[in-house]
Ligand binder design. Structure first.
Ligand code: ATP
Ligand code: MG
Length: 364
């Protein structure tokens, strides 16, 4: 049996001063009018489970206006009757406090990669950018999925990003005649070592993720031949050479032109890029299919079903797809789904589903 959340307590998290929410296995529906705190609640669950928010890189934003710290705690039911308490405390200028049954986690990376005992797959309306947005949005999707599996991946990706930045600084110094080109070799080796680790992780994941994506698209959209295609700026086996060959151009531009920080992946329906040509509905379904694929991938890799946190996902779908999604959520270990309108769900489903009513940052 997979882990699920039993309760959440929030202090000074966005518009929640102090709130407690009880959750059940299977489907939970969070309902409220606009601007009451539905998205904030799903964000808070994700924050408590992973130690960071998928909505912003700027942590101070999540603290209730005027407050100087925030705290999110959860009680997690682990595989049967054992229970665990996880908590994340954050105050600007201080190190985040992540604890598991009161014991500090060894690192944020370890906490986020399953150390807390639960993993989540989130869908926020802004996630449409994974399909319609820039390559960096798609890389971020892949990187955060892999980081939720392995702390070593998260560390390699972070160190790689720093190494590239330092290489870029050096490139500009060389261009301006302040450093000699000889110093570049050391950085190149470091960049290639770390970049190779990132590329290996992504390469291993994209194949299985692509077939899971194809399955999800046919279930959601129809018998369209869907695929993901990773686009390498430098191939794994010729990476060091490609970086060496790019030196001249890189020095001239003061930036590193090849490596995993420049890669992208194509999201294809029938061979057509949904990033470039997808209709709004297709882009939405493709984003959902990516999230479903992520869930199956995590399940396959860990043997545990991640918790689904889907924000306002029903509103723009037709009735048939809403029905499909409802069944999908009902069959999951746990899904917390927000909506402004309970009528998006079958009345019989609502009757037997725990409903969390939100108003003005309070749980009614
Ligand atoms: N740090 C913060 N402190 C206090 N309030 C905040 C903070 N961040 C956001 N809010 C406010 O919280 C309120 C609820 O936001 P939230 O996004 O959760 O609404 P929602 O219920 O999802 O609404 P919608 O149906 O429109 O998506 C908003 O009015 C927002 O301005
Ligand atoms: Mg919202």
């Amino acid at each position: 049996m997979s882990a699920y959340l039993r309760a959440l307590r929030l202090v000074n998290f966005r518009n929640y001063v102090d709130a407690t929410v009880l959750l059940a296995p299977g489907l939970n529906v969070v309902v409220g009018a606009n601007a009451q705190g539905k998205t904030n609640l799903l964000e808070a669950i994700s924050f408590a489970a992973t130690g960071s928010t998928p909505r912003t890189p700027n942590d101070p934003e999540i603290i209730l206006w005027g407050a100087d710290f925030t705290r999110a705690e959860m009680r997690v039911s682990m595989n049967g009757d054992e229970e665990r308490k996880i908590a994340v405390g954050y105050a600007p200028g201080q190190k985040k406090r992540l604890t598991i049954d009161g014991v500090p986690a060894s690192s944020l990376a370890a906490y986020a990669a399953g150390g807390a005992g639960v993993r989540v797959v989130t869908f926020f309306p802004d996630d449409l950018r994974v399909v319609k947005g820039a390559p960096s949005d798609r890389r971020e999707f892949l990187d955060s999925l892999l980081a939720s599996l392995k702390p070593t991946y998260a560390r390699a990706a972070a160190e790689y990003a720093r190494a590239v930045q330092q290489r870029n600084q050096l490139l500009r110094r060389i261009r301006d005649g302040l450093s000699s080109e000889k110093t570049l070799s050391t950085w190149d080796r470091k960049v290639v070592d770390l970049g190779t680790e990132v590329l290996r992780g992504r390469t291993a994941a994209i194949g299985p993720l692509g077939s899971l994506f194809e399955d999800a698209v046919s279930a959601l959209y129809g018998p369209e031949k869907a695929a993901l295609g990773y686009g390498y700026s430098a191939p794994l086996d010729g990476y060091a050479e490609a970086l060496r060959e790019a030196r001249g151009v890189d020095v001239e531009r003061g930036t590193t032109s090849v490596g995993p920080h420049r890669d992208d992946f194509a999201v294809l329906f029938g061979g057509v890029s949904m990033t470039t040509y997808g209709s709004q509905g297709q882009q939405r379904l493709a984003t959902l299919a990516l999230k479903f694929a992520a869930r199956e991938y995590l399940r396959g890799e860990t043997g545990q079903d991640p918790i689904l946190l889907f924000d306002d996902v029903m509103s723009e779908l037709d009735e048939e797809r809403r029905g499909y999604l409802t069944e999908y959520f009902l069959a999951s270990t746990q899904a917390v789904i927000s909506t402004t309108n309970l009528e998006y769900f079958d009345p019989e489903v609502i009757e037997r589903t725990p409903i969390v009513r939100i108003s003005g940052g309070s749980v009614l």
